[in-house]
Structures are given as C-alpha cells and as structure tokens.
Design a protein around this ligand. Sequence first.
Ligand SMILES: [Zn+2]
Length: 328
Amino acid sequence: MRAVSRGKMAAPAALSARSGPLKRTELESAAAHMQVPLAAGAKRAAFPFKVYKADEVKQRLEALFHGKCAYCESYFASQAPVDVEHYRPKGAVEGEPNHPGYWWLAMDWTNLLPSCLDCNRRRRQLAPDGAISDLKILYAQTQSGKKDSFPIAGTRAAADTDDISLEDALLLDPTRDNPSDHLTYWFAEGAASGLVLPKATAVGALPAIGTAPQVAAAAAHTELSVKGAVSIQVYGLNRMHLVQERARLVQRLRFMETMVVSLGNVAGALTNAGLGHEPAVQDALRNLRLLQGQILAEMQFSAAPEAPFSALAKNYLTEFKKRVTSLP
Ligand SMILES: [Zn+2]
C-alpha cells in the first residue's frame, strides 16, 4: 500500500449533482430516507446509492491511483473495471447490527477508493498460518476481503453529526495514513519472501485498543502497528496469489541488484589492474557504467507511483542502498 494524496483536486461534480422532481442531492435524499419514522420492529429499506458509480468518479479514482487497487497495489485496470469502494461502509457495519452504515459518506469523495475484487469482497483465500520460517510457510483457508467491516479502537460514529475523528479507525486509508509507517516487507529468500508485515512501533506509542478485534490486541501486545496488523488481516494482504506476485518482484529486484554489483566489480577489477589508460578498456568501462545506470533506473522505476507493488520496491531500494554503501 502506498500513500496517495487527493491534493487540492475538487470532488467530482457527479457526487453532489441535483436530480429528481425535488432537485435534491443524493446526500439530501439519503438524509430524508433515514428520517422516515419506522413502525416498531420494521427494518429500514436500503437506500439505492448510485452517484458513487458515476463514470467521472471511476475515471478520477483510476487516474489518482494509476489503475491500481488502493489497498494491495495490484494493477487491475487492464482486466476489470474499477470497483468503487467505500472506506467507511455505506449501508451496514459488520458486528453492529443496529448501525445504519455511514450513509452520509456514501457520496463523499474522501470516502471513496478504487479496489480490486479480492480486497473489497469477502472471499475464501489462502493465507499464511503460523510463524514465518525461511524453509516453508504453511497456508490455510481463511476468509478475507473488507466488505462491511470497519474496526475501530475509539467511539463509533452512528450519525452524520458524530465526529468520525473520534473513531480511531484500525484500517489504513492510503489517502489519510502513511502506510509506510505501519507496513513493512519480508525480503529474505525462501517461501516467505514478499510477505507484508506490521511494522514495529515505538514503545509507548500504542493506541488504546478498546473493543478492537483479537488481531489488534495481539499486535499491540507485541508492539507492532495495530493499524498495520488489522489492515493486513481485513484486506487479506497476504493472500497467497498476492504474496506470489510480490515474491516475483523481489526476485527480479534481487537479480538486478546482483547485476549492478557484478558490473561494478568488473569495472573495479579493470581499473585496479592498471588498464584504465587503454582506450579499449576506457570504452568498456564507459559501457559497463552505462549498463549499470540503466539497470539502476529500471530498479527505480519499480518504485514509481504507477508501478504495481511500488511500496515493496521502495522498501527494497532503501535496503539495497544500505547494502551498496557498505560494500568494500
Ligand atoms: Zn486489492
């Protein structure tokens, strides 16, 4: 997951357009719908939200996130149309049967994110089970995908007049949080390569976890980012196929690193052998450096905003720079 800024971009006009005989915005219509008194025991019908599905909204989200899922950073624009996802669920909240959902945010630009199917919908997935080992990693069937879940550590907002900042949300939102403060990646060779892990937090900086799910309590206990741990679990960021995709990227980055280092070693050997004054050797050295520069540029490109899993590549490059400066 990578931080993305909505910047000063205005919300798409479709979200606040007026329509129908009463010329109401969708927010006004939804508010009116929620105020209709209900007979005892009756259940309020779901409001037919639709402005969030407008083409303008989809296009804006696709451009902002470069056709990638806001949560897992997989590139899906080439295979499927964007799924507009509500960060705070619009019609229900898992585990809170009396909560109407954050209906007043259903058409709020800051609550909309593009998501792939697997991060957004509840599906059976294979996810790692147990401790990470370099030798093997066991995968087990589990349910993941955000659906209507919105775990919090603070006070739940249940009406449009409630302050959502008091909720202390436990899910990462790449447009509000900096995911790199909460998530890190496992690069060691072996089956665990490409796993995303909650980042260690400074002692004393643990949030109050209130009635948060078990995984939040476990993360707080082991001084790991609670938001990171809960997000990995709820979005299913370690589902098997995703980890395999990220592992392929790690493998590619590792290969490019080996090339850069080897080319540097060959250039060093030629210079140390006292052959640097030979025109043919000077030519070869220039070519070696050029090649090295091209591979480095390719590595950098893996961490660009438009590249899939760019947050992983960014982490890898930080580690790589440390290794390169410590080379003899
Ligand atoms: Zn996703």
